[in-house]
Ligand binder design. Structure first.
Ligand SMILES: Cc1ncc(COP(=O)(O)O)c(C=O)c1O
Length: 447
């Protein structure tokens, strides 16, 4: 198959991950805090900055991702070559770790789309979600059936430009249009740092960010985001508020076997999934929602219609093909890990978590969350969680874990972005092998 024909998302300036945008916003705040955090970092790591390092700090402040000395997913297509002093960027959840699997399975997942195809706005005019490619809808249902992680019977599938768009579509669909006050959107701390940003970005009259669900006291209507496994801490979650007039949206981006035991098919009113985290294809920008209520599905569809007049068909067809490749790899009775995506993902995540836990075990500074063993129906055995992010805590005197790691050329995201203490940081576990190895080496040298 001629790979060149599928160059749809290759342009480095058109493909921009949600969390990258987010990090630029946070970088502004970081610049303001730079001086004070730098002082703390110097104190806690016991090292001083020279003029050259100061200059480098300033560069990092603007996070120029084209800088070859900062590792980033934009090097996709060519394997990263890191210099020993490279800044490693584990701030984003960019899932480049899975590239190795798709390199092996490139032929099976390659498609060619001739110039005359996918020209119409419409995909399936009889369906509630009229821009959903039927082939993609079928593959979504088949993959959920295979993995056993979500109930699809009696559900509408709504496709979005990433689950980021579906989150916004859900907020629109669940907020009463004529309410006197905007609906509060809440989530238990620590919550995914994009929720408050997206919710308040356009200062909507329909909804507003309401903060920590655990301390939400108002008796007014609300939307609770339930992220399970949770970003950033990896724990399995249930809704924490149960009040009249409340709505829940389950963000199940990480409810896949490489990250957590699949204990039952999730069965909620609105469930969000994304190819970014399920197969690692963040650049395709495709997510899907499984929605019980027809009226809610219609309103979500309306939001996307008004927002972007549908969702790229090319991306949907490519996603269908990728989900099919995953499913067929697991259905084949022969073949090893090279064909079975979730086996590959589970092995790599387990190896990485074991390495990280080993370093943390011998450290007097850091700690990590623990996860219980549970029976995974997909694997057919007891398994533990290997989350996409490490929620690392600095114990003792260190007040600002992000600043400490930054002084060792490791970029992470501070706990304060997740409604938590800056003693915590979120670290991506999904980068390429070379970056992860350098991270482990550097972490083990921080005493
Ligand atoms: C919990 C959660 N939901 C949604 C998203 C965004 O997914 P997408 O790339 O499909 O917009 C992320 C990305 O990091 C996430 O962690």
């Amino acid at each position: 198959m001629e790979e060149g024909k599928m160059k749809m998302t290759g342009d480095r300036d058109t493909c921009f991950e949600r969390e990258e945008c987010e990090s630029f916003i946070f970088e502004k705040r970081r610049e303001e805090e730079e001086e004070s955090t730098q002082e703390e970092a110097e104190g806690s790591s016991g090292r001083r900055y020279g003029a050259e390092e100061k200059q480098e700090e300033e560069r990092m402040g603007s996070l120029d991702l084209t800088d070859p000395r900062i590792s980033s997913g934009r090097t996709a297509g060519a394997r990263t070559r890191l210099t020993p002093d490279a800044v490693i960027n584990l701030d984003h959840g960019d899932p480049t770790m899975f590239e190795a699997f798709w390199r092996e399975n490139g032929d099976k997942s390659t498609i060619v789309i001739p110039g005359w195809q996918t020209m119409s706005y419409f995909s399936d005019v009889g369906n509630v979600c009229w821009f959903l490619e039927p082939e993609f809808a079928e593959e979504i249902k088949k993959l959920h059936r295979l993995v056993g992680n979500a109930e699809t019977r009696g559900r509408h599938v709504v496709v979005g430009t990433g689950s980021t768009q579906l989150f916004q579509a859900a907020l629109y669909a669940l907020s009463p249009p004529e309410a006197a006050e905007p609906m509060s959107v809440v989530c238990a701390v620590p919550y995914y740092s994009s929720y408050p940003l997206i919710t308040d970005f356009l200062k909507s009259g329909l909804y507003k960010w309401g903060g920590d669900a655990c301390t939400f006291k108002s008796d007014t209507p609300y939307i609770e985001m339930v992220t399970s496994p949770n970003n950033p801490d990896g724990h399995i979650r249930q809704s924490v508020i149960n009040m009249e007039g409340g709505k829940t949206v389950h963000d199940l981006a990480y409810y896949w076997p490489q990250y957590t035991p699949i204990t039952e098919p999730a069965d909620h009113d609105i469930m969000l999934f994304t190819v970014s985290k399920s197969t690692g294809h963040a650049g395709i920008r495709i997510g899907w929602a499984l929605v019980k209520d027809s009226e809610v599905a219609k309103k979500m569809t309306k939001f996307i219609e008004v927002n972007t007049i549908g969702v790229s068909k090319d991306s949907q067809l490519r996603s269908a093909n990728i989900l099919r490749t995953v499913r067929e790899g697991h259905e084949a009775s022969l073949g090893g890990e090279t064909d079975k995506f979730f086996d590959f993902g589970r092995r790599l995540m387990t190896e990485r978590w074991n390495k990280l836990r080993e370093v943390v075990k011998h450290s007097s500074i850091f700690s990590l969350p623990e996860f219980p063993l549970d029976y995974c129906n997909f694997v057919g055995d007891m398994c533990t969680s290997n989350p996409a992010f490490a929620w690392l805590k600095c114990e003792g005197e260190v007040k600002d874990c992000e600043a400490l790691l930054k002084s060792h050329k490791i970029l992470t995201r501070s706990g304060k972005n997740f409604g938590e203490d800056p003693k915590y940081v979120r670290i991506s576990m999904l980068d390429r092998d070379e970056v992860f190895a350098l991270f482990i080496e550097r972490l083990s040298n921080i005493n």
